[in-house]
Design a protein around this ligand. Structure first.
Ligand code: SF4
Length: 332
């Protein structure tokens, strides 16, 4: 049995201080992924710092017309918040497609963004996994890899990031606000996550001594033409094989003024290519334009055997998501 001590932090400074005084401490908020990892001995912290009482539990309007989501607001309270539903229905839809109602009631926004891959081998300590144990090898590359990456993978890891929320936030150009011992900084979500390269054990650019405090959304929420299309093995409580967050701004003739496309379930980070979105600008919002976008997005896709089907699936999902976005009517 592993002995674990527990303390409750009063504020951010206190939380960061408590983390710094124990080299094997972890923050705990909703605990929906951390406890899973502890139960199977993937993580063995000897101290937990409870951050549920340090604030950041509000969703507030920003002066520029955007919205700030506290890192400790639950996924359920975020997805159902009136301003999120009105201004950012893409985000609400993506969050409600994730996990189960019980998990969404516990999981926090900060924790959602930091959840670890669901690669089966990562959770099985009897197997080699470079993400869990750097240098040990990757069991998935020549193993069972049906859920794994088709874009941005490396010879060291082919895992995918599991968050639906992160995919929608990437399409919406959100910014992650973090606090460290001496500074606060803002990281565009498009620069927050890492591809595996030769350091697959590092998922993102959050410092070991930092904590996410909030997420900022810009004023434009693409609330008229959007969709979150999540394709998975069963219609609820399953991670995406492929997901697409699609958002469009259209003129009166249905030509594309702006486009945003982010893919989930295909890489270690939400996959977005600005050149694809630029290519769509000025084009008619029709299937031919969307096919060209899908081809470009998936041009570099590589399968590893069991997941080869994902390339064609992702291509079709992009086209269908964009078509749905054109025709989407937000529910009153
Ligand atoms: Fe580990 Fe990544 Fe390989 Fe999965 S894909 S076994 S997480 S190294």
């Amino acid at each position: 049995m592993n002995r674990i001590t527990y303390t409750r932090a009063q504020n951010v400074k206190d939380a960061l201080h408590q983390l710094s005084t124990n080299s094997n401490a972890k923050f705990i908020a909703g605990g929906t992924n951390l406890l899973d990892l502890m139960k199977v001995n993937v993580l063995k912290p000897d101290h937990l710092v409870d951050v549920n009482h340090i604030g950041f539990k509000a969703i507030t309007a920003e002066a520029d017309g955007g919205l700030r989501l506290g890192a400790l607001v639950t996924n359920a309270d975020t997805a159902y918040h009136e301003s999120v539903v009105d201004q950012y229905p893409l985000l609400s839809e993506a969050m409600l497609s994730a996990a189960s109602a019980q998990l969404r009631n516990m999981a926090t926004n900060g924790g959602n963004l930091l959840q670890r891959t669901r690669c089966y081998y990562f959770y099985d300590t009897s197997t080699a996994c470079n993400k869990r144990e750097p240098g040990s090898g990757c069991s998935a590359i020549n193993g069972y890899n049906r859920m794994h990456a088709i874009l941005g993978a490396s010879e060291h890891c082919i895992a995918v990031h599991p968050s639906d929320m992160a995919v929608a936030l990437t399409a919406l150009d959100a910014t992650i606000c973090v606090s460290g011992p001496d500074t606060e900084r803002e990281i565009p979500i498009t620069s927050f996550y890492r591809l595996p390269g030769d350091e697959p054990h590092i998922d993102n650019h959050l410092g070991a001594d930092e904590i996410i405090t909030s997420i900022k959304l810009p004023p434009s929420g693409f609330s008229k033409h959007y969709t979150y299309l999540k394709l998975r093995d069963r219609p609820s409580y399953a991670f995406a094989l492929v997901s697409v967050a699609a958002a469009l701004e259209l003129d009166a003739q249905n030509n594309i003024i702006k486009a945003r496309i982010a893919l989930g379930g295909v890489a270690q980070k939400p996959w977005r290519m600005p050149e694809v979105e630029t290519m769509l600008e000025g084009k008619p919002a029709v299937s031919e334009s969307f096919l060209a976008a899908a081809e470009l997005l998936l041009a570099g896709a590589v399968g590893y055997g069991h997941n080869d089907f994902k390339i064609a699936l992702a291509r079709r999902a992009v086209i269908r998501a964009l078509e749905q976005a054109v025709n989407k009517q937000k529910e009153p």
